[in-house]
Design a protein around this ligand. Structure first.
Ligand code: NAD
Length: 457
């Protein structure tokens, strides 16, 4: 596709000519983006309704609001972050001074998924622009109505040579990856991530990978079970469970399991009513393939709540499965839907053995009021990020980096971390010319050798 190469070349020229370097200009573009998002909220609501059955409150809270907040926060801090950062100078380098200069990479590629289509296309873009890059954005083909609106918004704010949207499926990604980008930011599943990494290895393109995985909730008998149930159901049923950091499964101690299940059911009913398939505040599954995949994960023998579905509207009831074992089908992949398996342990510390059977989770949630239990799980398991006595909320903080580890991803973003992700840290040592200490120059005398060993030890 000539068009893709053409866009990349135009962006490279635009970048090389220094058009993105002025920080005040970047802030003006972020301002424009803010206003255009605000002016298009109705279009965004409609597109999210069509693609995901997402209701307006959820669309605002989990996409539009987070984007507006991110822009405001970055705009308010950008002048400060972009300043060269002075660092200490070792005595051996005296009288020079060291500092870090934050430099944009150049032309970055952002590949986004379908589950939070606006948030996950535009939040990385905000970081890329703040850091002074040009960008090509490739939204998901599975949320086509949202992709159209993303394209409209970006075209209203930016010229093609600054930011461009390219719509299409994996064949378009394959085409894009034939060319060199200066940074790649990918959000999606780990199988595609690994194939993308292979393709870009020929250019040694630096990359951030925002992936998924099975994120556990660990609950012991000291937890406030009612509150735990409320917060788990909140995190699980947002976007009908199609959230990368949704609680994937629960591990609970046997003594409080039944009580927890009762509270989970109570919370489903109090948050969504008892006819959830017809509740417009509860989202639909993105497509037939994912709908069929999810139904296939349900073992009807183990269902203690839910299990009904609407094939017509692609909706699945919140479904709780009890007495689930690690080798059950539902435990073999990230669920990414409203199914909640419950695994039971006698001793809460045994939860670690279960979690260790799966790759590093993107999120981990521990519900307990026992300090030793909390510290044990937070400190001894490798996972992206998480909450103590809550779900999802770590993602909503401007101040926390968001990202996975191992199979759940590499790198992070949000707030200042987005700025750093899309900036290269140039290390600069600025030497003085009024003085030239000759110790480092050949030939080395006994005195020089002695002094070098005095400074460098
Ligand atoms: P998806 O199918 O929309 O794919 C994501 C992007 O990759 C799309 O733009 C798509 O066109 C492209 N793509 C798909 N298949 C490809 C291929 N074979 N080659 C090249 N490009 C390809 O979304 P998905 O992967 O189903 O997303 C769901 C996954 O993403 C889940 O694992 C979820 O946990 C994860 N996720 C992670 C985050 C995060 O922030 N860490 C956020 C959302 C989703």
């Amino acid at each position: 596709m000539n068009n893709i190469l053409d866009v990349i070349n135009k962006q490279r020229n635009y970048f090389q000519n220094g058009n993105t370097f002025n920080v005040k200009n970047r802030i003006e573009f972020l301002d424009k983006l803010y206003n255009v998002i605000r002016n298009n909220t109705t279009l965004i609501y409609n597109a999210l309704q069509l693609d995901l059955g997402k209701n307006e409150d959820e669309a605002y809270t989990c996409e539009i609001g987070l984007l507006l907040n991110e822009i405001s926060y970055i705009k308010n801090n950008l002048l400060n972050w972009t300043k060269p950062k002075k660092v200490k100078t070792p005595l051996s380098s005296w009288p020079s001074k060291g500092y870090i200069q934050y430099s944009p990479y150049g032309v970055v590629l952002i590949i986004a998924p379908w589950n939070y289509p606006f948030l996950l296309s535009l939040q990385p873009l905000i970081g890329a622009i703040a850091a002074g890059n040009c960008a090509v954005v490739k939204p998901s083909e599975l949320s086509p109505n949202c992709s159209e609106v993303i394209s409209k918004i970006i075209n209203e704010v930016f010229s093609e040579e600054y930011v461009s949207v390219i719509i299409g499926d994996k064949s378009v990604v394959d085409e894009l990856l034939k060319y060199k980008f200066d940074y790649l930011f990918y959000t999606g599943n780990s199988i595609v991530a690994s194939s993308i990494m292979q393709k870009i290895s020929k250019y040694l393109t630096p990359v951030t990978l925002e992936l998924g995985g099975k994120s556990p909730c660990i609950i012991d008998s000291s937890a406030d079970l009612r509150l735990a149930a409320r917060r788990i159901i909140f995190g699980k049923l947002l976007n009908a469970g199609q959230t990368c950091v949704a609680p994937d499964y629960i591990i609970v101690t046997k003594d409080v399991k039944q009580k927890l299940i009762n509270y989970l059911i109570l919370e489903i009913n109090s948050q969504y009513g008892d006819n959830i398939l017809f509740n417009n505040n509860f989202g639909k599954i993105i497509n037939q393939r994912h709908f069929d995949r999810l139904l296939n994960l349900i073992d009807t023998q183990k269902v203690v709540y839910g299990g009904k579905f609407s094939a017509e509207f692609l909706k699945i009831e919140p479904t709780i499965m009890d007495n689930v074992a690690e080798n059950d089908k539902v435990m073999q992949e990230e669920i990414f839907g409203p199914i909640l398996p419950i695994l039971t342990v006698e001793n809460i510390y045994d939860a670690k053995k279960i979690i260790a059977k799966f790759p590093e989770p993107l999120a981990l949630y521990v519900f307990s009021n026992t300090k030793d239990v909390i510290n044990y799980f937070i400190n001894t398991i490798s996972f992206g990020g998480g909450c103590i006595n809550d779900t999802i909320m770590h993602l909503a903080s401007d101040y926390l980096p968001f990202g996975g580890v191992g199979k759940s991803g590499m790198g992070n973003y949000h707030g200042k971390h987005s700025f750093y992700t899309f900036s290269h840290e140039k290390s600069i040592s600025k030497s003085k010319t009024f003085l030239d200490i000759p110790i480092r120059y050949q030939p080395y005398s006994t005195l020089k050798r002695w002094m070098i060993r005095l400074f460098l030890k």
